[in-house]
Design a protein around this ligand. Structure first.
Ligand code: AMP
Length: 273
């Protein structure tokens, strides 16, 4: 992989990277299209990274469709799919990890200990192996994006990080590979997540900028789904991810909830005018 990237770099070609765990949907494809426009050589990584899953999580049943993914990647103009094996990425003796502790302690970090260390470490490895000029990530995983921006800055990595907006289903539900797990009644009720965030956004646009009102508006809708087991619902500064009482500068309203065995996340960004 690195030899292929070096060859491109020696010809002054711009390399774009889109890291994925596969089971591609329109959200992934939008990242690929952005990266395609902005690079000469487009690499997509396809790796279900075991170190970002806790033992009780869904690593073993994570949905896979390699054949479909390769077709979609090709249709988006991907030049190379980098698809390493876990024991190539983590051979015997592997022990180094990257931690971004402050950004990593909030939101998903609180309920998924070790998750972001796994993400930060694998993304650093993917950047080091594929040598991209730019890498594209989705705002769907808002905390992940913040952590990657931070580590790139802190470790002086020479790569531009581009964030892309969340792609949603027609009814507003954020696209996710994990949506494939949902039973029909869970899928219906999971719509409460995006609806709840939408209700808060409406209150925000009507002038409510305080956390109590905005979180209350979202909570009322999400909690109305009897199947929803809310992990968190929080209003945070977009840069520090610290909780805020009032939206004075851009904030992210983020949520995670379980529907049956499936954990889903969603967020919206609120920007005061
Ligand atoms: P994953 O395969 O779930 O690890 O996601 C790979 C990349 O796609 C990450 O940067 C995600 O944030 C991004 N992504 C996943 N779902 C969406 C979505 N609905 N809209 C935009 N980006 C997404």
């Amino acid at each position: 992989m690195r030899a292929a990237s070096r060859a491109q770099r020696s010809q002054e070609k711009k390399i774009g990277l889109v890291p994925t765990m596969g089971y591609l949907h329109e959200g992934h494809l939008s990242l690929l299209r952005t990266a395609r426009k902005r690079s000469d050589f487009l690499v997509m990584s396809l790796f279900v990274n075991p170190t970002q899953f806790a033992p009780n999580e869904d690593l073993d049943r994570y949905p896979r469709d390699e054949e479909g993914d390769l077709k979609k990647a090709e249709a988006c103009g991907v030049d190379v799919v980098f698809k390493p094996e876990a024991d190539t990425m983590y051979p015997t003796g592997f022990q180094t990890t990257i931690d971004v502790p402050e950004l990593g302690k909030h939101l998903c970090g609180a309920s998924r200990p070790g998750h972001f260390s796994g993400v930060a470490t694998v993304v650093t490895k993917l950047l080091n192996v594929t040598l991209p000029d730019l890498a594209v990530f989705g705002e769907k995983d808002f905390q992940q994006l913040a952590i990657i921006r931070r580590l790139v800055q802190d470790l002086d990595l020479e790569v531009e990080i581009i964030g892309e907006p969340i792609i949603r289903e027609e009814d507003g539900m954020a696209m996710s590979s994990r949506n494939a797990y949902l039973k029909p009644n869970e899928r219906k009720q999971a719509l409460g997540l995006s609806r709840g965030l939408g209700a808060a956004k409406l209150r925000f646009e009507q002038g409510a900028h305080d956390a109590v009102t905005l979180l209350g508006a979202a909570h009322a809708v999400i909690a109305a789904s009897p199947l929803a087991r809310i992990d968190y619902l929080a209003l945070c500064d977009v840069d520090t991810l610290e909780a805020v009482d009032e939206v004075r500068r851009p904030a992210v309203l983020a949520t995670a909830a379980h529907f049956g065995r499936t954990r889903l996340i969603d967020n919206i960004i609120l920007r005061p005018s």
